[in-house]
Design a protein around this ligand. Structure first.
Ligand SMILES: [Zn+2]
Ligand SMILES: [Zn+2]
Length: 336
């Protein structure tokens, strides 16, 4: 099978992903073999490729995978050949530790990330346990569904952790793949949304999707935020968000790694008054399942740009530059 493979971490500008011929994986026990139709691209892949995370090497990245089941292992019960399925960032967890038992499998020390600790979807085929695959609501095309699996599902987790109530004001810092889906959920839940982003295209998209106020990250909004989610890859946003946070407010940091250090935080100015900072690690299967259901009910309309599999380096470069509007996916084979 064809796959875009990472053999050595390096800046995306050097086009480190190379097209290779790999043997088609064979599904064992509870695994299903998926013929991939599309795979979304994500900032976390930039973190892997550029070495801020440590993927197993060589690696086939990609953790927003849509495709159809073409073969099933002997113990598979939930899916059959021809079913459309999705795979998200959670590839597996141990299922036995205290975290797993409490439904916090995202914190499991044996958590495996798709396309990081196990081969992902930048390829014609991949295997995954049926326990970690999802049925995809009919109303979404493959391209529309892919970004729901990370940008959407982790965005939903961010929003849940933001502990917001109806009618409150939430601030979104950065307006990429995740935020443009989160705003649609936040509006549906009756929140007022302020968006802080530099890019003109991103600002326009935020306005079109119903932001009540749009400004740059260092601008002061018309009122304080009950909560905020920081989607940006830079450290400077954290003090800026804390500055405009209401007393008792919570800042949720939605990224796995920041590209540069967080500046010193002045306790009296930025943290006192019971302000909280909470990071988000990974996601659970429950997040993905609940979000797919909610996304179909709202319905969420993802903005999607398609690239070819062999254009993965270029698509990720555009993502790094902030030049993708909404989400981007790699088209790997024709949808049914
Ligand atoms: Zn992701
Ligand atoms: Zn565990």
């Amino acid at each position: 099978m064809k796959a875009m493979v990472l053999r050595e971490t390096s800046p995306i500008e050097k086009e480190p992903l190379k097209m290779e011929e790999w043997p088609e994986p064979v599904p064992r026990f509870k695994e299903i073999l998926i013929q991939v139709t599309v795979c979304g691209i994500c900032h976390t892949e930039l973190d892997e490729i550029e070495g801020r995370l440590s993927p197993k090497l060589p690696m086939i990245p990609g953790h927003q995978v849509i495709g159809k089941v073409v073969e099933a292992g002997p113990m598979v019960r939930r899916f059959k050949k021809g079913d459309r399925v999705g795979v998200a960032w959670i590839y597996s967890a141990c299922g036995k530790c205290d975290f797993c038992q409490e439904g916090e499998e995202n914190l499991c020390s044996e958590f495996k990330g798709t396309g990081c600790d196990a081969e992902g979807g930048y390829a014609e085929y991949m295997v995954v346990s049926e326990d970690y695959a999802y049925s995809i609501p009919q109303r979404f095309s493959d391209s529309e569904a892919a970004p729901l699996l990370c940008a959407g599902a982790i965005g939903y987790r961010d929003l849940r952790l933001a502990k917001i109530k109806k009618g409150q004001t939430i601030g979104l810092f950065g307006f990429g793949a995740s935020a443009h889906l989160v705003i649609q959920v936040a509006k549906y839940w009756g929140m007022e949304v302020f968006v802080f982003t530099r890019g003109e295209g991103h600002q326009k998209l935020a306005q079109r999707l119903g932001a009540s106020w749009v400004g740059k990250p260092d601008e002061v909004p018309p009122k304080k935020l009950h909560s905020a989610i920081d989607f940006t890859p830079v450290g400077e946003t954290i003090p800026l968000a804390l500055k405009v946070l209401e007393r008792g407010g919570r800042l949720v940091i939605a990224v796995i790694r920041k590209r540069n250090p967080v500046p010193p935080l002045d306790y009296a100015q930025l943290l006192w008054d019971e302000k909280e900072i909470k990071s988000v690690a990974n996601l659970t299967r429950r997040d993905a399942q609940e979000f797919l259901h909610l996304a179909a009910e709202i319905p969420i309309l993802p903005e999607v740009q398609e690239f070819k599999l062999e254009e993965a380096n270029q698509a990720l470069y555009l993502l790094k530059q902030g030049r993708i509007q909404g989400s981007a996916v790699l088209r790997i084979s024709k949808s049914l």
